[in-house]
Design a protein around this ligand. Sequence first.
Ligand code: PLP
Length: 366
Amino acid sequence: MNGDGTRCVHGGHPPVGEGEPLHPGPVLSSTFDLGTGDVLPPDFYGRAGNPTWRALESAIGDLDGGECVLFASGMAAVGAVLRLRAADGALVLPSDGYYLARSLARAELAPLGVEVREVPTAGPWPTLDGAALVLVETPSNPGLDVADVVAAAEVAHAAGALLAVDNTTATPLGQRPLDLGADLVVASDTKALAGHGDVVLGHVSTRDPALAAALREARSRGGAVPGPMETWLAHRGLGTLDLRLERQAGNARAVVDALLAHPAVTDVRWPGHPGDPAHAVAARQMRRWNGVLRFTLASERAVAEFLGASRLVGSATSFGGLRSTADRRARWGDAVAPGLLRFSAGCEDSDDLVADVRAALGAITL
Ligand code: PLP
């Protein structure tokens, strides 16, 4: 089971015995038979564990190269990671990554006395004396900048800190941060991993059994756990991740070429493009590209004209789904130009998507 496609299709599905379902459904039970002995069975209560979680954890863990712990959302996973070492020193976060990670640290952890520092995704890295946990997000949302994970791991470890990598945009097929020296990989599986825009889910993977156990305990204590149905849907979605990424990356490449050739567009970033400033470091550490890119139009009005004219590009936040979407990030408070769009190339036919994007750009009044 070495190829990405095979691992996505078969991961987490044990061999099937005669008469057993090839496609078992979710286990919708909060309670399990405890037996009569002292030793608890693997499943004893739905907040602590569930066979449907274990199946997806096994599949994602295999792809990440570590032990996976599922969470009810990407933010639940990020929160669990940020709290892991909060009592031990400063937290270092990306200044230009997903805004809620910073917001969580500043609104919930800083008032408890945790020092919060920020470093841009692309560096340069200061020395990190006093840091206990460093989070990088690469490629970053929404800037699509790239952090050098090997370099970040060296700086974090020199300070005695753990390195966590938010792998949401790359997915486990696009990048294996644990192989690059990270201690933890965290992701929103709401995006490309589940891939159909119908579930909210997240996970953390690690090779350190003590960290995995601490995360499981935090999940049980926190109590905001994923539902088996969402977990099962995400596992079903994972089956086609390899296929979807291939189409999305191809579409991103074609859309980027169209954008670069258009006078209404500036500031195009997609790490898969050889001309992108982050391409060299991305090509060194990533296994494959994906469909998430960004570009800038002249104004908020130009964005409204573009989205209003497009027939295929939905105006939506989130990314990595079947349908192409675009999100004007300034509306969420990101420190970016008013016309910056994060664009998620979906699985439409490339020719159709490019024709639609060109037509929508043509509708912008200058
Ligand atoms: N990390 C990144 C990079 C994200 O883009 C997001 C959501 O957009 C999250 C974490 C949070 O994930 P969720 O929305 O599943 O809570």
